[in-house]
Design a protein around this ligand. Structure first.
Ligand code: GAR
Length: 200
């Protein structure tokens, strides 16, 4: 069995899309993989309730309880490793991770970013794309490296920017595409990953 651990900070709609995808028959036929835990750095993350409703283990590791980024990441890694993950998925997880954390999960740590990387790393991607006069925006699923919002690209979705678009309206349309490409990227990567008995 390949265990998937998902990290969230907020509403968790990408996490829910991945959980739903993993529950489908075609996924279960193809992959011996399941979402075993959802971990948040915020106790008020909306997605935790959905995870609990699906009988998925949840845990909060509050970054504010730690004196440094390193100590938070160490506690986070302990919480993750208890689930022996083949894959760790950042889904709206809004903390910058230390190089040691990223190295620990090298090759099995994914992120989704709401822009067509390498354009617009960082925050406020939709507003920045609109202000730059871009005709297209989108989302990117990528392997995480210690370089923020960089790393090998696995999937992208392109969304047109319409006349008069607001950042919120654009974000909503991009998010719909995120829900399609994230499960697809994970399904494509899973066969290349060792199962739990090999993962540490
Ligand atoms: C998504 O749009 C995701 O791409 C973005 O946060 C949103 C989370 O939504 N992630 C980042 O900006 C990471 N830098 P969700 O909680 O509903 O999945």
């Amino acid at each position: 069995m390949k265990n998937i651990v998902i990290l969230i900070s907020g509403g968790g709609s990408n996490m829910a899309a991945i959980v739903r995808a993993a529950q489908r028959d075609d996924w279960r036929r193809r992959h011996d993989a399941q979402v075993v835990a959802v971990i948040s750095n915020r106790a008020d993350a909306g997605g935790l309730a959905f995870a609990r409703s699906q009988d998925i283990a949840t845990e909060v590791v509050d970054h504010k309880a730690f004196a440094s980024r390193e100590l938070f990441d160490e506690a986070l890694a302990r919480a993750i490793d208890a689930h022996r993950p083949a894959l760790v998925v950042l889904a709206g997880f809004m903390r910058i991770l230390t190089p040691a954390f990223v190295a620990r999960y090298a090759g099995r740590l994914l992120n989704i970013h709401p822009s067509l990387l390498p354009a617009f790393p960082g925050l406020h991607t939709h507003q920045r794309a609109i202000e730059a006069g871009c005709k297209f925006a989108g989302a990117t699923v990528h392997q995480v490296t210690s370089d923020l919002d960089h790393g090998p690209i696995l999937e992208q979705a392109v969304v047109p920017i319409l006349a008069g678009d607001s950042a919120d309206r654009l974000a909503e349309r991009v998010l719909t595409q995120e829900h399609l490409i994230y499960p697809r990227a994970i399904a494509a990567l899973l066969p290349t990953l060792p199962g739990a008995s090999h993962a540490s």
